[in-house]
Design a protein around this ligand. Sequence first.
Ligand SMILES: *Cc1c(COP(=O)(O)O)cnc(C)c1O
Length: 631
Amino acid sequence: MATIPHSRSPFLHGQWTAADAAALYGIPDWGKGYVGVNPLGNVTVMPTKDAAHQIDLAEVVGGLRERGIHTPVLLRFNDILVHRLREIRTAFDLAMSEHAYTGGYSCVYPIKVNQQRHVCEQVARLAVDLGFGLEAGSKPELLAVLGLSAMAGGPGVNGMPIICNGFKDDEFIETVTLATKLGRNIIPVVEKFSELELIVKHAKAYNVRPRIGIRAKLSSRGAGRWETSAGVRSKFGLFVSEVLQAVEYLRKHDMLDCLNLLHCHVGSQLYDIRVLKNAINELTHIYCELRKQGAGLSMLDIGGGMGVDYDGSQSAFPSSINYTVAEYASDVVYRIKSVCDSAGVPHPQILSESGRAMVAYSSVLVIDVLGTSRFDSTPDIAAIEAALKAEPEQPQPILDLLGAFSGMTDRNFAICHKVLERAARKGELPEELESLPELLSDIYFCNFSLFQSMPDSWAIDQLFPICPIHRLNERPTRVGILSDITCDSDGKIDHFVDKRIDKKTLELHEVRPAQGAEADGVVGVEPYYLGVFLLGAYQEILGDLHNLLGDTHAVHISLSPEGGWEIDEVIEGDTVEEVLSYVQYDVDDLKNAMRKDIEAACRQGRITFPEGKSLLKYYDDGLEGYTYLEG
Ligand SMILES: *Cc1c(COP(=O)(O)O)cnc(C)c1O
């Protein structure tokens, strides 16, 4: 039975405050102190979780509009990124001191999670201060990471761990070997045995003592969507028997001291901490065994997977996690310590590749509502009655339906809405009415592409928190689902975060007509903005060009030293010309063809010369413009 939480129902009457809105949308639950609501009813971002430093999102969007930057726009908060990395550092530092752990900790950022230069540069700079590192999973990523570490510069750079996962060919290994010679702390992780042979070959050729990692295939399985990342059927890693062969191979080549790191990766968004604990237990046992065999191991890399509580429920569900960063750190440190202590092996340096947990919070997409479609228009009963009268013999069910139908009047336009309201008061819906809320909900058309900006919503039903960024001290009086501007019927959002229920509609405000009709009598809508939160991990790079809707504008906002906020950087989104060139169009050819066609139409009198001129102008301007609708 679907329940409508009593205290949260917007249908209830009485005073409505911004605090009610915060509770309704669950902002404190998923916002984790980074997101709040101010007394003006606007959503604020608190990049340092300090209420004294708030950035009003509605004010930011207004400010950008004045500068000609329209929604959809992705806002990146560098201060959140910094805060988040420090939070992970602090959590592990506390856990290590609590458990008297002596091995140390480093978080390495797998750049595949968000390769945007600005994000990576910031992480690389901080990595030097925090003792963190970078991870590359492919050849292009390796080249990016080497360059990034060079740019981060400073004396700390050569200490920064650089982990190389994924398939590696001869050239890849040769590059890594030379980077070792350059002084980098670079560790190729052997995913299959042949990579080890290449490492040994190049190490000998260049006379380098490489640092080698091995990824182990564990028998404990992963969980959830990425459960095959681990376990015996995983794509990567060596079986324990192969790990032992690797040890013998390195011993034979007098390089066993080079085997420095043991690695596993159990999966992404691990929502149940028990899965990780089991894997770490097994991995640490292998670590201790290899140490006893003489391997020069000093690092234990537990891979990625630290999750993010997208729905705010703090539970073992795919959109949530049943642990905090502090609990994650404490569990990891404690497990490794107890296994090592009982084996009499020194504590290794712990590495984690927690990409999602590092960057998810730092990006917010703001989209504008273009219009709505609603289900409460009054039916034309007279016309229906006339049609039915033309056919005198009607089956009883039809007559009953007609009776119920004509019983509806303008004033009680939606009995169903009444039923919903009643049910809301009662707190639950009878089973046969469970789908009523969705059926009766409005469709809010929003200026964005799901496929470009939140691909995981489409691909794997990932939930992201969404709420209006203003008007929150006004009671939301509508419920709706969101639809994007692609022509794809999948381009919609009809699942929303909630702590308790599978929520299929979102409470929204009535979209108001714009002030003052335009000269031609067409009335637009007053701007109504929604924020989509926690988009910093994976979404930007997985986004695609469905319907040729390109990258959105991205704006970097930071806390200003003088108080308030400032714009660090504006990265304009794709123009139509750019997305067309990605799919190999020559824009000049297109323009020429259009010009010729219009010229011919003018000569033949199908359109006038001024009309032709206007069309050509729209065509040219359109090519230079944003791929989204510009209000
Ligand atoms: C994808 C991946 C990661 C990052 O995982 P998160 O869930 O983002 O922490 C880390 N390590 C490896 C080997 C990966 O493939």
